[in-house]
Design a protein around this ligand. Structure first.
Ligand code: DP6
Length: 352
């Protein structure tokens, strides 16, 4: 059987996307967050990245070909090359190989799902695996911590995708154990009600967003409500960790929905302000709130930096919520499109 050596081989990681429950919005320094965030790792929406390396005479820069779903993609190639070059001080071996990186997503690129979180998580896991191949094995928790840190340098939210379950990224006021440099998994003591949880993602629009996350983060630098927002995210993170442990669905719904609407109100009140919600986004939110009240079903919504709605609910209410989605929400999705996702167990190494 062919196996990897330090001279040549292929490392493959599959990494999921994640959805933030407490939002990262605003950054400083070298990809460090202005506030802590807390996310749920997904299951069905993931990227698979194969990282092939063949030893060459060491150069000054990384040499790579980037394929997306089997086809050369030059714009991604430029971004990934710049990313790998930015790592050379700590990972000089990246310039000592000819690299071929082949990446594919389970979800459509234009579906509005944060593909950068899954992609940079998968890529960072490949880079740290190659480092282990060259320098020898490290402990599991230090392996994932390093991958989280590297993923963060590619895209902030990606650092939370290297763990399954729930993750916290960013230091939390008065609570030790969390860091701006990497995410930390919240494995211990999650209440059973939050261990089997669904996220049905309603695709309201698959068009490219008018304003990307990077611009949104920059606009927080001059935002009149920034200080208060960063404080609120600290309070929400601390409280949500407690809620996930206690199994408090009512408070979960309040915090998660408030975070989603706060994120979008920060966008609207930036200078310049912008609106990413569509008419259908607002209609779906109203419908969810009405359904929750009249049927007494614990279902919440959250939003990413876009118009699509994530519908969050425990497995015990799967049947009623799916019926509600098909009866009342599907017609508001573009081409009736939604993605059935759920809490995932985190990245998997497939090869190498
Ligand atoms: C609204 O992680 O995409 O999804 O660090 O510039 O790559 P960069 O930003 P990115 O921002 C994500 C913003 C968000 C909230 C979140 O995932 O926490």
């Amino acid at each position: 059987m062919y196996s990897n050596t330090a001279d040549r081989g292929t490392i493959t990681w599959q990494s999921p996307s994640n959805i933030a429950l407490v939002k990262y919005w605003g950054k400083q320094g070298n990809q460090l967050p202005c506030n802590p965030s807390l996310s749920m790792t997904l299951n069905a929406s993931y990227t698979t990245t194969s990282f092939s390396y063949v030893k060459r005479k060491s150069g000054r820069e990384a040499a790579l070909q980037f394929l997306f779903a089997g086809a050369r993609n030059e714009s991604f190639e430029k971004r990934i090359t710049a990313y790998l070059n930015s790592l050379l001080i700590d990972y000089p071996f990246l310039a000592a190989y000819d690299l071929t990186i082949d990446s594919a997503n389970t979800f459509p690129h234009s579906s509005g799902i944060a593909s950068s979180a899954a992609s940079f998580s998968a890529l960072a896991l490949c880079v740290v695996s190659l480092k282990q191949m060259i320098e020898g094995k490290q402990g599991e928790s230090s392996f994932f911590r390093e991958a989280s840190q590297l993923a963060r340098l590619g895209s902030g939210s990606a650092c939370r995708s290297v763990y399954g379950g729930y993750s916290v990224w960013g230091s939390v006021d008065d609570v030790p154990g969390y860091s701006n440099e990497y995410a930390v998994p919240l494995i211990s003591e999650i209440h059973p009600v939050f261990r089997s949880f669904y996220d049905t993602i309603l695709i309201v629009s698959a068009e490219k967003k008018k304003v990307g996350s990077s611009t949104g983060h920059v606009l927080m630098e001059q935002h009149p409500f920034a200080r208060q927002r960063f404080r609120q995210a600290n309070v929400h993170t601390t409280e949500l960790i407690g809620v996930l442990k206690a199994g408090d669905l009512d408070r979960y719904i309040e915090i998660v929905e408030n975070e989603a609407l706060t994120l979008h109100s920060l966008m609207m009140s930036s200078t310049p302000g912008f609106i990413l919600m569509k008419k259908e986004t607002v209609e779906i939110i109203e419908k969810i709130r009405e359904f929750r009240k009249t049927e007494n079903v614990p279902v919440a919504f959250t939003l990413d930096a876009g118009p699509n709605v994530h519908v969050l609910y425990p497995a015990s209410h799967r049947k009623e919520v799916m019926k509600f989605i098909k009866d009342a929400l599907e017609e508001r999705c573009t081409e009736g499109h939604w993605i059935d996702d759920s809490l995932g167990t985190g990245p998997k190494q497939l090869k190498g």
